[in-house]
Ligand binder design. Structure first.
Ligand code: HEC
Length: 135
């Protein structure tokens, strides 16, 4: 209730609760997922990835169709490389490694080239976009 908090110490403790809440809210999404923007990721994807991975992400782009192993089908979200050996392939950290270092660095197709020259935010956005392609 407003006005029921008259003393200075009472006001201070209210502010502390408010700050703690704001900090928790600010941290929550970053902890759950790479903080990428899927809409921005789509723009980069359409520029650099679509020729192989295809418009819908099925790995059926004009260049991708000819490759063996083929580009990953993002609609199935079955990823191959466990780059950080944590027992799970396709985590955000794994996708980041494959995108920035290339699949060749992990024994895969060299034609999945390293994109380490992209700004880190672009890589996060690409990952966020790839996650939206799962069906
Ligand atoms: C010249 C074709 C080509 C282009 C361009 C390309 N990729 Fe790939 N990508 C591949 C191929 C081929 C594979 C499968 C590699 C394998 O299985 O050895 C792959 C696999 C992947 C994987 C799956 C990794 C896994 O663990 O399964 C991701 C993620 C990926 N690419 C992201 C991207 C992104 C993001 C871009 C654009 C910045 C991109 N690729 C551009 C050909 C391409």
């Amino acid at each position: 209730m407003k006005g029921s908090c008259r003393s200075a110490s009472c006001n201070r403790s209210r502010n502390r609760v408010g700050l703690a809440l704001a900090a928790a809210l600010a941290l929550a999404p970053a902890a759950a997922h790479a903080a990428g923007d899927p809409a921005a990721g789509k723009v980069t994807y359409m520029q650099f990835c679509v020729t192989c991975h295809g418009e819908g992400g099925k790995g059926d782009g004009p260049v991708g169709k000819a490759l063996n192993p083929p580009p990953r089908d993002f609609t199935k979200a079955e990823f191959k490389f466990d780059t950080d050996k944590d027992g799970k392939a396709g985590t955000d950290a794994d996708l980041k490694n494959v995108i920035t270092k290339g699949a060749g660095a992990f024994g895969g197709n060299q034609l999945m080239a390293p994109w380490g020259h992209l700004p880190a935010s672009d890589v996060d956005n690409l990952i966020a976009y790839i996650r939206t392609l799962e069906q």
